[in-house]
Write a protein that binds this ligand. Structure first.
Ligand code: HEM
Length: 158
């Protein structure tokens, strides 16, 4: 049975229908749903709306290509995420924790558990490297919610 529905559209009695494939169409739903949700977040929404005022279409197009490149390895994205975040000097560690919370919830709402986990694992790794690039000074503690196994490895090696 093709599953194209979104969990939020279902009544409680209906089985939840989630995407069983990762392709440009389902990635596009992931991107649009994630940004629609994160724009409602009290702090992150303010940052995104202020920085992307008048540029949302451009950003969503870029993020579709970014996630296609990550998940489908089709090399359609050619941007520079690190400087794009380093210039946001207002970012704090908690922002990465919150970003991931929203992302995890949206991915689980949209995709089957196995696919959601695959997507989330990529997001966690990228979030971690962005955090290191922006805030990872000597002695800084990895924020909650970033890749746990790496956090434990770091602690074990400390
Ligand atoms: C700490 C939470 C985050 C905030 C507040 C944030 C905010 C933003 C903003 C405002 C932009 C647009 C910058 C501009 O065009 O001026 C942007 C770009 C971008 N973000 Fe984030 N971001 C966050 C975390 C992440 C994470 C975890 C990822 C990936 C998993 C990500 C991936 C990207 C990418 C790929 C771009 C486009 C960069 C480019 O090519 O211009 N962001 N982000």
């Amino acid at each position: 049975m093709p599953r194209t529905g979104i969990a939020g559209n279902m009544t409680p009695d209906e089985p939840v229908s989630r995407f069983e494939v990762i392709d440009p169409q389902t990635i596009s739903v992931l991107v649009s749903t994630f940004y629609a949700t994160v724009r409602e977040h009290q702090r992150l929404g303010e940052i995104f709306n202020r920085r992307l005022d008048g540029r949302w279409e451009e950003h969503l197009g870029k993020m579709n290509l970014f996630w296609q490149s990550v998940l489908l390895k089709n090399r359609t994205y050619s941007g520079r995420p690190v400087p794009a975040h380093q210039k946001q000097t207002e970012l704090v560690s908690e922002d990465f924790t919150e970003w991931l919370k929203v992302f995890r919830s949206v991915a689980h709402d949209l995709f089957t558990p196995h696919l959601a986990q695959e997507i989330i694992t990529y997001a966690e790794r990228i979030a971690q490297s962005l955090w290191f690039a922006c805030l990872g000074t000597a002695g800084a503690r990895l924020p909650d919610g970033l890749v746990q196994d790496l956090k434990e490895t770091e602690q074990a090696n400390a």
